[in-house]
Write a protein that binds this ligand. Sequence first.
Ligand code: PMT
Length: 221
Amino acid sequence: FETGRLAGLRVLVTAGPTREAIDPVRYVSNRSSGRMGYAVAAAAREAGARVTLVSGPVALDGPPGIERVMVETAEEMRAAVRAQLPGCDIFIGAAAVADYRPAQAAAQKLKKRDANLSLDLVRNPDILAEVAQGEPRPFTVGFAAETGDLDANARTKRMQKSLDLIAANLVGPGLGFDAEDNALTLYWEGGSESLPRQSKPQLARELIAIVAQRFHDASSD
Ligand code: PMT
């Protein structure tokens, strides 16, 4: 891991979950703690980049030397990413953005009733896919959180979202989400590499080293 590999570059990272309101006190979300994305932001900073972290609600302090923008919903994360995107060289989407949100957030706390309750959910925008389709477009890195068939699902996601690189992890009880360590398999055009299970900060350094390498290779084409 070489420090200085990202000197002079601007890196934008998303981390954590999003929360989608059901009513003023309830929400739809997921188990992301933000640890992976925060470690990626810190590793990019260590490598010399100017880093902005767009973070969903997490219990973590902002890493030193990094500009942090806190958001709650997918729509807010999308707006913050759009605002930060100009001049960005590398985008890394580590956030677990909720794919769906309640069609309407109730203005008042929903009352308990005897009948069952159904939630009508609508699709959220895909922030990562939008970044990858933008013009100009940063070097775009996504994550894939899978409960099985990691290789096929990650390759498909990378192609569908037109990503330069995808970092795939298996998730489930004690795996990936809300854990201290993680393992990643990286896929890019014509290559892949598996990074074994280790602490998220150490894993993030290895990921950033490969991202820096691929970024510089792509820039010199
Ligand atoms: O936060 P931790 O507890 O440390 O856990 C880390 C992690 C498991 C959350 C992280 O390593 C991870 O895998 N993050 C991506 C989780 C995810 O939402 O994966 P996905 O396969 O559903 O999404 C694929 C990619 O599209 C991701 O880069 C995601 O940020 C992006 N996405 C997804 C949906 C959406 N509406 N907008 C997006 O930008």
